[in-house]
Design a protein around this ligand. Sequence first.
Ligand code: HAM
Length: 418
Amino acid sequence: MIQNIKGTKDILPSEVRKWQRLESVFRSITDVFGYEEIRTPIIEYSELFHRSAGEGSDVVNKEMYVFEDRSHDSICLRPELTAAVARVVLQNTLLRAHPTMRLWYYGPCFRYERPQLGRQRQFHQIGAELIGSPHPEADADIIHLAQSLLVACGIDDVRLEINSIGSTASRLAYTTALVSYLEASNSDLSEDSRRRMESNPLRILDSKDESDRRIVANAPVIYDFLDSASKEHFHRLQTLLQDLGVSFTVNPMLVRGLDYYTDTVFEFRTSKLGAQDAVGGGGRYNNLFESLQGPSAPGVGFGIGVERLLLLTSDIEAGEGLPTVYIVSDTEYAATTMSLAAKLRDSGVRCLFDVQHKSFKAQMKDADRSDAACVVFLGESEIRDKTLTLKNMKTGAQNSIPFNVPHLLELIHSFNSL
Ligand code: HAM
C-alpha cells in the first residue's frame, strides 16, 4: 500500500476542527492588528532563497526540495515565506501605493529535515511581515502581534528571547572576532560546529552540544560590536516592549538560521517540545529587498510553526460546532428524508442520514456516534400522520410534533443550547 511521504502528516477529520479553530484565531487577531492576508505560490524559483535565506544557511544548503521542471528551470518548494512575500511586494511595486505594508500569511512550507516531534518535512507557518519602516516601533508591533497570537491560542508558557545582530558591517567584524576566539578551541568543538566555522560561524552560538556551549559561554558578545544606531534601535525596542507589557529576556547568543537578518532577532521558546524549542521566530531584514535586486526597503516579521502550536495547545477547544441532527428513517422514505435534510441544511443545521440502507437500530447507533443533539424519526406512522418524532439525545426525552420545519428548527436550537 502506498504510504504518505516521510515527514508529512495527514490532518484527519478528527483533528481538523482544531486547525480550523486556530485559523479563525489567526484571522481575528491579525485583523484587529490591521494586517492583511497575502497568499503566494508554494513553488518559487530556487534562486529566490539562494539570494535571501543565503547559501550559508542550512535551509538552503541542506533542506530545500529542489527540482528541475520541464523548462529546465530550478524550482523549489518554499522553505519559508518571507522571501516570497518580499518578491511579491517588489514584483507588484506595492510599496509605491502603500509605503507601509502590514501583511500576514498562513500555509505549508517544506524543509528536508530529520523528522521528529515538532519537526516535519511539510509543516505550516502563520507569519506576518511589516514592510517599509526602519523604526523599532515596527519591531515592537510585530513582536506584540506574535505574542498576542500565542496568547489567543492559549499558550502562556513560552519565553521571548531577543537580541540584536546589528548591521552587516558590525556582524562581519564580530564574526572575525568570534572565529579567532573559537579557533583556539577548535579541536574541542563538535563536528557540526567545526564545519560551521567555514560556512556559518554565528550558528555555533546556538549549538546544543555541551562542549560547544562551554566554549561559547566565554565568547565575545555581538553587542560590543554594534554601532550606535543599532544599539539605540535595540534599546528603544526594549522600552517599547516593556511599555506594552511584553516580557522578554535578552539573549546575547541568539542568532537565527537565515542570512537576511539585520539588527533585531527574536525567538519564542518553550521547554515542552524537547529539541524543537522554537515555537516561532523572526527579526528585521533591512537588506533583503536589495539582495533580491529591488529598491531597498526595510522590513521585520515572524513565523510561527503551527504544528508546534498545536502540540502546545493539545486541549484547545474544538469550538462550538453546528447543531447536528440525525434523521432516522426507512429507505422507502428516502425522498422525504432528503428533502427535510435539505431544508435543515439550508437553515444552517448540520444534518446526517443513513445512505447504507441500515436497520433502524444501526441508524440509532450511527446517530449516537455522530454526537447528534437530536434525532428525528421519520417512520411509517409519522409519514401517515404528517408528524415527526423528536428525541433529545441529551435528556432522552421524546415527543411527537407536527411536520413543520420552522417549529422543528426552533426545537433543535433549543436542544443545542442546553
Ligand atoms: P524559522 O525560524 O526558520 O523562520 O521558522 C519559523 C518557525 O517555523 C519555527 O520557529 C518553527 O516553529 C517552525 N518550523 C521551522 N521548521 C520547521 C519544521 N521542519 N517542522 C515544523 N515546524 C518548523 C522563518 O521561517 C522566517 N521566515 C521567519 C520570519 C518572518 N522572519 C522574518 N519574517
